[in-house]
Design a protein. Structure first.
Length: 124
């Protein structure tokens, strides 16, 4: 898979984030299959030198999501911290590492993604 991200991880994130709905939009503005925030999409587009992008395009959304996961792995090098950051942001995880608590939603998110990833690994 692109950027050496495990297929089971990408599958699990998409399942948890959007239930495979290309047109998903969260209450906070995250878009598409992997629920990428507009500011994050802008950052990724700059990094990849992409001028025009559409987060409702499945292929682009997954490409951006995988790039972002690879970026987070370069920062944290730990799946649990990467998933925390994917859910609540890199800055929040950095503060967590200094003692701040994470939102309960983020802890639940991690468990959901890992659960789906395990199931996916069992059936594939």
């Amino acid at each position: 898979l692109q950027y050496d991200i495990e297929k089971s991880l990408v599958f699990a994130i998409i399942r948890v984030e959007s239930s495979f709905n290309n047109n998903a939009k969260s209450s906070v503005g995250a878009l598409g299959l992997m629920q990428i925030m507009p500011a994050t999409a802008e950052f990724i587009a700059k990094e990849l030198s992409i001028l025009n992008y559409d987060m409702f395009n499945a292929e682009q959304n997954i490409k951006f999501g995988c790039f972002y996961l690879k970026y987070l792995f370069s920062k944290f090098d730990n799946l649990q911290l990467v998933l925390y950051a994917y859910n609540c942001g890199e800055g929040r995880v950095n503060r967590f590492l200094k003692g701040e608590k994470l939102p309960k939603e983020t802890l639940k998110y991690y468990k959901k993604v890992i659960g789906v990833k395990r199931v996916y690994n069992l059936v594939n």
